[in-house]
Design a protein around this ligand. Sequence first.
Ligand SMILES: Cc1cc2nc3c(=O)[nH]c(=O)nc-3n(C[C@H](O)[C@H](O)[C@H](O)COP(=O)(O)OP(=O)(O)OC[C@H]3O[C@@H](n4cnc5c(N)ncnc54)[C@H](O)[C@@H]3O)c2cc1C
Length: 391
Amino acid sequence: MSAYDTAVAGYDTSLSEEQIAIRDLARDFAEREIGSVVMEYDESQEFPAEIFKKMAELGFLGVMIPADYEGAELGAVEFSLIVEEVARVDPSVALGVAAHNGLCSGHILGFGSGALKEEYLPRLATGQTIGAWGLTESGSGSDAGGMMTTARREGGDWILNGSKNFITHGTVGKVAVVIAMSNPELPPGKGASAFVLDKSMEGFYASKKEDKLGMRCSDTSSLVMEEVHVPGKNLIGDEGEGFKQALKILDGGRISIAALSVGLAQGALDAALKYANERSQFGNNLAAYQAIQFKLAKMATDIAASRHLTHQAAFLRDTGQDYTLAASQAKLFASETAVRCAEEAVQIHGGYGYIKEYPVEKYYRDAKLLTIGEGTSEIQKIVISRHILGY
Ligand SMILES: Cc1cc2nc3c(=O)[nH]c(=O)nc-3n(C[C@H](O)[C@H](O)[C@H](O)COP(=O)(O)OP(=O)(O)OC[C@H]3O[C@@H](n4cnc5c(N)ncnc54)[C@H](O)[C@@H]3O)c2cc1C
């Protein structure tokens, strides 16, 4: 492998042969099936249903779901590799893969009863149903505990009222995990519960679809609940455990956003390397100038560090160790790396980086979500500082 290939492909000496095969399968799929339609979906903001169907056939929609529920039964490292490779080609498709697997399915898999798993996981793993996950509300984002959505008991059922904001797959998702205050008198750590909702339930519907800066083919909308009758069996785990479950789900989600960030940054570096070798100014390729070389060197080094942090967090998760700190560190560093790399890639392209014919324009728009979703950079710093200060 040449130095150029090494930088472009990324490398990780700790991967097994099976993991490398999964990474290569995802890389090949993304280049072959997504590469040519990235900008069409970006412009139309249409959810890429056909791509999701094909990803389902490869097991990418049930990555960590056990085979008993028709999943691929892989670990967090393999999930990170798949998300990274899809993101390298189209970060907005990767966002859907991350949310469907890590948030919706992950919550049911991690905390749901056997009956809930049997009812929902096979449909989610095979892509028959796309999943959403609703924690954020218009008045409560970083401070998710300030949620106003309520769940009150009525006989054996729960009645949900409220709305969730900025929900990935809010429109296309037929199933959603929703966190609501089942006892508003208590703090969220004890008063919030999680439920599986289905669009067939009366009063549960998607509202405003967002028109976004980036990640445009990822479907983002509000979810509204008006007197929705949710059967008692759709409570996930115990009453009052919803907020704690959600925080755990966000820990895992942060590893996948870190992987997505690595893929986006790698895609931006690939494009910048190619362009720097092709574009000539003042009689030389841009790559001959040290100012450009140093940008490329910094990008490649930050990406390698981000990838290691991501795989470390995934490894801790796969081996049953505490990964909250590692996931926050990976998410913080990788997402900020993605934003920086996308910006540098545009800079290396000059004016051509600012127009849509070159892929870096889209990476630049897509990247910003990564320092915001699933906990902003500021929130990651709060999580990390609490850990290192021992709070
Ligand atoms: C495209 C997209 C997809 C999303 N998908 C989902 C989804 O599927 N499910 C879901 O539940 N949510 C989803 N979200 C919501 C996302 O998780 C929130 O936007 C995010 O958590 C930030 O919340 P907020 O937007 O309300 O910002 P705010 O919480 O209002 O924060 C605004 C700013 O203040 C800073 N800030 C807040 N509190 C503090 C503090 N204590 N100290 C220092 N700074 C602080 C923040 O870091 C940020 O810079 C999505 C958002 C987007 C844009």
